[in-house]
Design a protein around this ligand. Structure first.
Ligand SMILES: [Zn+2]
Length: 190
């Protein structure tokens, strides 16, 4: 985000590069910027939009990530969907803004959003794996070796090979893995 870049002294412009809004901060990127709003408006019923758009950032995140509500007729878990969409919005915003200077910066964006989402240790590890896979696929790597310190993440990814996983994250990881020629996963004992 430009606000953060200015704060760290690595930029002088804190306007949103997409819409020109004065302060490009997390709330703006995830909820206010037209790129984000277009997505939310398609998902949130009109009668619920006032509540959705006028919460403080913290309330908004907490309420949506902790709700037990499901979405649509398929009963998709809304908190999970909300987290994934927020992550995608964040990622798209960054890839637009930082297309030239990607690399290491992208990893720090991921840590920031995962931190805000308040995920469990396993989820954090899975988000990390997902992000690493995403970057590897961007670079057209055909052979991928995943190394994880998390025994749980290792098992979850391995087990999903045999049976269908209930975790959306795991399913997405497997979808991405199906695009490479060969992949394997290691859990190095420490
Ligand atoms: Zn904007």
């Amino acid at each position: 985000m430009n606000v953060e870049r200015v704060r760290r002294g690595i930029g002088s412009d804190n306007t949103c590069r997409i819409c020109g809004h004065d302060l490009e901060e997390l709330l703006h990127v995830l909820r206010v910027c037209p790129m984000a709003k277009d997505i939310w408006n398609k998902l949130i019923p009109i009668e619920k939009q006032v509540r959705f758009y006028f919460r403080s950032f913290h309330e908004w995140m907490t309420e949506n990530l902790q709700t037990m509500l499901s979405f649509g007729s398929n009963g998709i878990d809304w908190s999970c969907l909300f987290g994934m969409i927020s992550w995608c919005i964040w990622k798209n915003h960054n890839s637009f803004v930082f297309r030239i200077s990607l690399g290491a910066r992208r990893k720090s964006s991921r840590s920031l959003i995962v931190g805000y989402l308040g995920c469990s240790v396993l989820e954090r590890e899975l988000w990390g794996i997902l992000d690493g896979l995403d970057m590897s696929l961007d670079q057209d790597f055909k052979y991928i070796l995943i190394q994880t310190d998390s025994c749980e993440a290792f098992n979850a990814i391995q087990e999903a090979f045999v049976g269908d996983s209930k975790s959306t994250l795991i399913r997405i990881i497997h979808q991405l893995l199906s695009k490479v020629l060969h992949w394997s996963i290691q859990h190095p004992s420490r």
